[in-house]
Design a protein around this ligand. Structure first.
Ligand SMILES: [Zn+2]
Length: 168
């Protein structure tokens, strides 16, 4: 059965945080009992997730941009909720799409990313912050990305997904 990322992410925010931009992803991780550390990791590694005896520990690469760190943490929360039923280790790299051949792992990465986007840019909140009508300009994307503390690329993908803008 398809997991409803949008619904689950907004329920999570409602239950453990608040739905406002920027989403306080660290507070959410704490509320879920996930420990988070910021470390110097290999430059290609965005984050690590270790799940052991039901306890989740995340390390985020502090060398990366704050926006990226936030997305990585949201991505790891997605793994915890979706994929970490038993003890697991996740090593998340910048360019996982090319590196991972296993279909199962790729599916998990796509799901964790979809969850992260829904968590950091909830549809209801994006809609609130969109200028009334008249199409979305590059300036709007920049303004939204700044407001939500995500990269412009992440915001662009999200706006395409929500059908507010056309893909390039
Ligand atoms: Zn991942």
């Amino acid at each position: 059965m398809a997991w409803n990322f949008e619904k689950h992410a907004s329920e999570l925010l409602r239950d453990h945080g608040s739905i406002e931009a920027p989403v306080d992803v660290e507070r959410l991780a704490k509320a879920l009992g996930i420990s988070v550390r910021y470390e110097r990791l290999d430059k290609d590694v965005s984050g690590l997730l270790l799940v052991e005896n039901g306890v989740a520990k995340v390390a985020i690469n502090e060398l990366h941009h704050l926006n990226r760190q936030r997305f990585t943490l949201a991505h790891e929360i997605g793994h915890v909720l979706l994929h970490a039923g038993s003890d697991r280790v996740f090593v998340d790299r910048r360019f996982f799409r090319n590196e991972w051949s296993s279909k199962g792992e790729l599916r998990e990465e796509i799901e964790a990313n979809a969850f992260a986007a829904a968590l950091l840019m909830p549809q209801s909140l994006v809609r609130q912050h969109l200028a009334a009508d008249a199409g979305i300009t590059d300036v709007d994307v920049f303004r939204l990305a700044t407001r939500f503390q995500v990269s412009e690329q992440a915001m662009t993908l999200r706006l395409v997904k929500l059908k507010y803008i056309e893909p390039d």
